[in-house]
Design a protein around this ligand. Structure first.
Ligand code: SAM
Length: 256
């Protein structure tokens, strides 16, 4: 099981704000001989970013939230000092929302299956002789690209509703796919999975009960649902693939 926790947004805010506040206090109140140079400010911002990640680890934040905190904290340190134009703030919010909107809407933020997991999924799809593979919430399209590249005879679809993640995944497939992969701007809940041989999801604990009910009702007999890390309450998987990576990934498999 991965290191994900409830209420990640307030925890991320807390770790970033505390670390940035400490850096700003140091900048404001350190003895006068602390050089107030750009290099010192850069050092303080980096220190604050590291401190926010350490705090985030203590608060059991998942990787995507730690990354977000590491990016946001230096901005929090520099903004009061440089006082940039006001438009920068909504611009930052729009960019972050473009990737992380589903963290708020569905309690499913963006984090990515690693390359070992992608390779395992591609091999599994080949071994199952799958014809159609769907990644529900495909993020930046890494799984879609890997499965499609290694299995030219499988049609791979990724669905995604975070606008910037979708755009990157879509562009990636347009530029590099051999034609057996597509990215669709569509919600998981509106996705037709009746023809799929394999459905893959790497989401969070929040949607698992509802998702499993949908897949159970719609997927055809003999097809397979794979959840990266997140269990279905009350329904044990038929199989588990254990990957010996740094997070000890488990691919939980249900045969429909
Ligand atoms: C943890 S990421 C996994 C990305 C990718 N599947 C991978 O394994 O690398 C989950 C993704 O699901 C997307 N997502 C969450 N809820 C969704 C929904 N209802 N419809 C479409 N995408 C959704 C999020 O925006 C996020 O990009």
């Amino acid at each position: 099981m991965s290191r994900e926790t409830r209420w990640p947004v307030p925890r991320t805010l807390a770790s970033s704000i505390l670390a940035a506040a400490a850096a700003l206090l140091l900048w404001a109140y350190a003895p006068g001989d602390l050089p107030r140079t750009h290099a010192m400010l850069l050092g303080l911002s980096l220190g604050a970013a590291i401190a926010s990640v350490l705090l985030g680890l203590l608060l059991q934040l998942g990787t995507a939230w730690l990354v977000l905190s590491a990016i946001a904290t230096p901005a929090l340190v520099m903004v009061p000092i440089f006082q940039p134009p006001l438009w920068i703030f909504p611009a930052i919010v729009v960019v972050l929302a473009g990737f992380y909107i589903n963290g708020v809407r569905e309690q499913v933020p963006l984090y990515l299956s690693n390359s070992r997991t992608q390779a395992e999924l591609a091999a599994f799809a080949a071994q199952q002789k799958a014809g159609i593979f769907i990644d529900l919430g495909c993020g930046l399209g890494s799984v879609v690209a890997a499965v499609a590249r290694q299995n030219p005879s499988i049609h791979v679809t990724g669905v995604e509703t975070a606008p910037l993640s979708y755009l990157i995944a879509w562009l990636r497939m347009k530029l590099f796919s051999r034609g057996n992969a597509e990215i669709v701007f569509r919600s998981i809940w509106q996705t037709d999975v009746r023809e799929a041989d394999i459905v893959y999801a790497f989401l969070s604990p929040a949607p698992m009960t509802r998702l499993y009910a949908k897949l159970k009702a719609e997927m055809k007999p003999g097809s397979v649902f794979i959840s990266n890390s997140f269990a279905v309450p009350g329904d044990e998987p038929d199989d588990i693939i254990r990957i010996d990576d740094s997070r000890q990934t488990q691919l939980l498999i249900w045969r429909m």
